[in-house]
Design a protein around this ligand. Structure first.
Ligand code: NAP
Length: 312
């Protein structure tokens, strides 16, 4: 019999395509529709994306639940504690997206300091013949602070070395194998750098880690780039800091309310925005879909899962 899987939210088409070769995929659907579904009691697997919400109520609707496979490295929308309590495993897709997210972090650093969107618009609008653009800010040599020195943080650091950027970082613990300066306190880190880049998980542990005090410490020549999760920054405090010159600018891929960032961010000249596209290339999304599917295949084959989240 073809196993039925539940999609927690609309899934990436590459994930759906990979799953449909072996499984019947239902959902997303309302709680009531799920409770009434004829296959509900047989469903062992929830397939999810990095931004999916998988609450306890969804898990509890599925008495046979054994696995939640997330196509994404971040899984802050999954109630992992409840999954463990239910005896279900959670998997994600680490490493295969490191390059893309690190590339985007560097792209946002360059875009906001060198004002690339404004320069592009300047040429397109036919302004060039009338005169030059105001000078921009040099990125190479800037002091970089990385918040979160995990897989992607290290990929960002590796790239930043080529830009001659001295690197300091914060994380829950110092990494003795890395040649970068550890600063335990994020406010102290912000006060020592020109560019602060965020690449931690979201969730309660990092909620509003960047607040008004951290932005003040970063200072009027400081920039912030967020490729982590919107929840890591107090977005209202960020808007105020950008409007009042407390910091110089921001490059943002993630927002507290996606897909609707605070309206003020949409019109500010010192902000560059991308719509949560850190891992959004054909090659990487395919690799993520393949890994998320491989974890499901392993579950049904009775083999060890490839990439369980650390809590499991
Ligand atoms: P990772 O290897 O687990 O690294 C996470 C880093 O964050 C670790 O260095 C960890 O510290 C640090 N950290 C965690 N909680 C912290 C806290 N409360 N205070 C300070 N530091 C903390 O994860 P990764 O693979 O690099 O991915 C990081 C995150 O990037 C994901 O969880 C996701 O939210 C985000 N992401 C975004 C996109 C996008 O499209 N923009 C794409 C992929 C990932 P320790 O090392 O000391 O434990």
């Amino acid at each position: 019999m073809t196993p039925t899987l539940l999609a927690a939210s609309p899934l990436n088409p590459l994930f759906v395509k990979a799953l449909q070769t072996k499984y019947s995929v239902i959902g997303p659907m309302s709680h009531d529709a799920l409770m009434a579904h004829p296959d509900r009691e047989l469903i062992e697997v929830i397939a999810a994306g990095g931004e999916s919400k998988v609450p306890a109520s969804m898990m509890d609707a599925l008495p046979a639940l054994k696995l939640i496979s997330v196509m994404g490295v971040g899984y802050d929308g999954v109630d992992v504690g409840h999954a463990i309590q239910r005896g279900a495993m959670v998997t994600h897709t680490p490493n295969v997206l490191n390059d893309d997210v690190a590339d985007l972090a560097i792209a946002l650093m360059l875009s906001v300091t060198r004002r690339i969107p404004q320069a592009h618009q300047f040429v397109r609008a036919g302004e060039w013949a009338k005169g030059g653009l105001p000078l921009a800010t040099k990125l190479s040599g800037m002091r970089l602070g990385i918040v979160g020195m995990g897989r992607i943080g290290q990929a960002i650091a590796h790239r930043a070395e080529a830009f001659g950027m001295p690197i300091a970082y914060t994380a829950r613990s110092a990494k003795s194998n890395l040649p970068y300066t550890f600063v335990a306190d994020i406010e102290a880190l912000a006060s020592q750098v020109d560019m602060l880049t965020l690449i931690t998980p979201g969730g309660a542990g990092t909620h509003h880690m960047v607040n008004a005090a951290v932005l003040k410490a970063l200072g009027p020549k400081g920039y912030i780039v967020n490729v982590a999760r919107g929840s890591v920054i107090d977005e209202a405090a960020l808007v105020e800091a950008l409007q009042t010159g407390v910091i110089a600018g921001a490059g943002l891929d993630v927002f507290e309310n996606e897909p609707t960032p605070l309206p003020a961010l949409l019109t500010m000249d010192n902000v560059v925005l991308t719509p949560h596209v850190g891992s959004a290339t054909d090659a990487t999304r395919q690799a993520m879909a393949d890994l998320a599917t491989a974890n499901i295949n392993r579950h049904f084959a009775g083999e060890p899962l490839e990439t369980p989240v650390p809590e499991c």
